[in-house]
Write a protein that binds this ligand. Structure first.
Ligand code: BGC
Length: 290
């Protein structure tokens, strides 16, 4: 049975890790980043973290312009330039128009965070073609379309040593479900499994141009997409059985991983997934069995 959301319980149990308001070390100074799906959840946290690390940030969104504007305000609070662009990343013409606008107005793009993603869950035998297709369109095709435009721009421009060792960085926001099968979420898991090999194959192909491509694989993060999993005490308790580290993750924690992966601190890393999941991918069922 679903009880009313007991958010206070979750907050009291695990205080949110605090991100310094404006990073002293501006790891991404002088770089331009596009974050897709940045008006809420993980995308919002990434946009703010990149902005606070000195990057100029494009807050891409598909609906809810007010939310995107609110994120933009926070991104800009440490002095970064920021713009909001509405574009459905599953549509080729809208993706191309977004990149063209950013290049026209800001000269180039240095970082793409392929974050926009959706879930449309159903038992497999009831999964409709429309539910399957929409999730694949946004989570996989959308990442392909944005990555392709980014690579075109990175190759055109090449490396500017004073800005970054790399000609460009792409970070795909994947999921623990790129490796963990997920009953009832077949379309979502298939899209994330696809993101994994797409990311690795692009990384292999573009490495000679000094373009780095990596993924972040979040586990359970406290965002609107999975309120169901953490919003009540009983759901939260069953969620913890899947997390050896025994707490839910916070969006900021993905933001900080994204800053690092986008920075020259991680210059020798390409083609890999960084799981930020409190150990969810460690087969927690084997803690006591096997
Ligand atoms: C999903 C969440 C889920 C988490 C762990 C994420 O990719 O979007 O809904 O809670 O994986 O299962």
């Amino acid at each position: 049975m679903t009880t009313p959301i007991d958010q206070a319980f979750v907050h009291d149990t695990f205080p949110e890790p605090v991100m310094p308001a404006c990073s002293v070390q501006k790891l991404l100074r002088g770089q331009t980043a596009i974050v897709t799906g940045a008006s809420s959840g993980i995308g919002k946290a990434i946009a703010i973290a990149l902005g606070h690390a000195g990057a100029d940030v494009v807050v891409n969104y598909v609906s809810g312009p007010e939310d995107a504007e609110a994120v933009a305000k926070e991104v800009g609070s440490c002095g970064s330039r920021v713009m909001t662009i509405r574009a459905d990343i599953s549509k080729e013409d809208e993706v191309q128009a977004m990149f063209a606008q950013v290049i026209r107005e800001w000269g180039t793009v240095d970082i793409l965070v392929n974050n926009a993603g959706i879930q449309k869950d159903a038992p497999f035998h009831e999964l409709t073609l429309a539910q399957w297709q929409r999730v694949i369109d946004v989570n996989l095709t959308g990442q392909f379309l944005c990555a392709r435009e980014a690579v075109r721009e990175f190759k055109r421009r090449g490396v500017r040593k004073e800005i970054s060792c790399a000609a460009g960085k792409i970070i795909c926001i994947s999921s623990v479900h790129e490796v963990i099968p997920w009953a009832g979420h077949v379309n979502y898991a298939a899209s994330k499994g696809g993101v994994m090999l797409m990311m690795k194959s692009i990384a292999q192909e573009v490495a000679p141009w000094r373009i780095r491509v990596n993924s972040i694989g979040p586990g359970a993060i406290r965002t609107p997409i999975n309120t169901e999993a953490w919003g009540t005490r009983s759901h939260y308790e069953s969620l913890l059985k899947l997390i050896p580290y025994k707490r839910i993750g916070e969006p900021d924690e993905i933001g900080r991983a994204a800053v690092w992966l986008a920075s020259d601190e991680s210059d020798y890393i390409t083609g890999t997934t960084l799981f930020v999941d409190g150990g969810m991918t460690l087969y927690p069922g084997f803690e006591t069995g096997g």
